[in-house]
Design a protein around this ligand. Structure first.
Ligand code: FES
Ligand code: FE
Length: 460
């Protein structure tokens, strides 16, 4: 189904002008197939961090749409990403999610590949194949392009895709710098993975949603286990939400402050966005968040003044979320129209004292992942929202993204390091920008046209 044929008469799938979304995009199987082809088959995707595979033969399996790739440290210290599918009959050549290997032997008929993907063993090559098999042409296939930005490994299956830095733009780079700026990083062992019965785009939409915590996460903040209100909170007041002792409780991104610019949004080509509070509004979560790197000479060289003020949630289109609240990267991995696997990578500065590393890891576990208070609460909403796109009558109701609509004035810092940005209060610009860009990805247009169509407007 093309984007055009997916429209219902005059109704487009996404209206940037009206701030409306056709609900069918959250459960239609044909649209999901188009996403696999036009988005996940082409986009640069985050695979893993170099610190996860430090030694020769270390590997980590990562998803690229429905393809799975083995990200493998090579003999020369480089990194390759190999499709985890045997050239013979397609079986996966590796069943482990991560580890160290000297080679990968397929469990079906025993074809064996070295860590560079070269086919080095074929049972019966002489007697059965009569040496008439082109061994050199039947290694594991590689991704089309792989690049590493400060340890963050990305790849694309599209040889036509622009270089990684061009794809990321200032917004994607800013998001990665929220972590990289802290110095040399390492990933806490054990990537958390679990499934939520929802469409992946609900999980992406929520990255930018600072409107829901006061309701969705009330119980999590009342317990204090997901970070108490004053730990996670901003200086903004919420609208009369009472804590267990009857006192008013502050929650992140509170809505009743009336402050006109306590939030910042960045939008960029290809659908990347950052949205959330400023550093001043968020604070340091009781010392849990280290903002000191923002004034370093390196940060000043890499980021513009507005980017260094942002403590928002960064989304590298389509599914990579960077959150400095818990020092994590999350992937919203689509497994089906109504099924999403959530992955969490937790980062700690390599040189940090053990107690700080432990504090970061504990904060992350209590916030997100299967044991995280926040994500359990979020997941219930996303699952229900997905289900309600299936009703014959419900599916016809447009979904709304109209908060601050057409009031978001985009400032273009064309000479500097800042991405296009908006200063405002809580809004739905980040979500709307994601969906508006998503439509253009789905059209299957070429890269130059995609960049042009997703160039940030002056007002959103
Ligand atoms: Fe791998 Fe046959 S499918 S050896
Ligand atoms: Fe949430």
């Amino acid at each position: 189904m093309t984007t055009e044929s997916a429209t219902d008469g005059a109704r487009p799938l996404v209206s940037l002008e009206r701030g409306e979304i056709d609900r069918r995009i959250f459960s239609d199987p044909d649209i999901f197939e188009e996403e696999m082809r036009h988005i996940f088959g082409r986009s640069w995707l985050f695979l893993c961090h170099g610190s996860q595979i430090p030694k020769r033969g270390d590997f980590f399996e990562a998803p690229m749409g429905r393809d799975n790739v083995l990200v493998v440290r090579q003999r020369d210290g480089g990194i390759k990403a190999l499709l985890n599918t045997c050239a013979h009959r397609g079986n996966a050549v590796c069943r482990a999610e991560e580890g160290n290997a000297k080679n990968f032997m397929c469990t079906y008929h025993g074809w064996t590949y070295d860590i560079a993907g070269k086919l080095v063993g074929v049972p019966g090559l002489d007697e059965l194949y009569h040496n008439d098999l082109d061994v050199s042409a039947n290694g594991l296939r590689e991704v089309a392009q792989l690049e590493v930005y400060k340890g963050f490994v990305f790849a694309t299956l599209d040889p036509q895709a622009p270089p990684l830095l061009e794809f990321l733009g200032r917004t994607g780079i800013t998001g990665l710098e929220f972590l990289a700026g802290q110095g040399e990083l390492e990933v806490v062992p054990g990537i958390q993975k679990f499934v939520i019965p929802c469409n992946w785009k609900f999980a992406v939409d929520n990255i930018f949603d600072w409107y829901h915590p006061q309701i969705t996460h009330l119980s999590a903040f009342q317990t204090g286990l997901a970070g108490s209100a004053d730990v996670r909170g901003t200086k903004m007041k919420t609208a009369g939400v009472a804590g267990p002792d009857g006192s008013e409780i502050q929650l992140p991104g509170g809505v009743a402050s009336g402050a006109a610019s306590d939030q910042m949004v960045f939008i960029d080509a290809f659908g990347h966005a950052i949205s959330g509070p400023t550093v001043e509004a968020l604070g340091d979560s009781g010392g849990r968040i280290d903002h000191s790197w923002r004034d370093s000479p390196e940060a000043r060289g890499n980021l513009g003044p507005m980017a260094r003020r942002s403590a928002g949630h960064a989304s590298i289109f389509p599914t990579c979320w960077i959150t400095l609240l818990s020092n994590q990267i999350s992937l919203r991995v689509p497994r089906g129209p109504m099924e999403t696997e959530i992955w969490w990578f937790t980062f700690v500065p390599k040189q940090a004292p053990p107690e700080r590393k432990t504090a970061i890891a504990q904060g992350a576990i209590h916030s997100f992942g299967p044991a995280g208070f926040l994500e359990q609460e979020d997941g219930e909403n996303w699952a229900q929202s997905t289900l309600q796109t299936r009703g014959n009558a419900s599916a016809k109701i447009p979904q709304l993204l109209q908060m601050n609509l057409r009031r978001g004035k985009v400032v273009h810092d064309s000479d500097g390091l800042d991405p296009p940005y908006i200063e405002c209060s809580i809004n739905e610009h980040g979500q709307l920008w994601t969906f508006a860009s998503w439509v253009h990805w789905l059209s299957g247009c070429g890269w130059p046209e995609l960049r042009e169509r997703t160039a940030p407007p002056d007002v959103i």
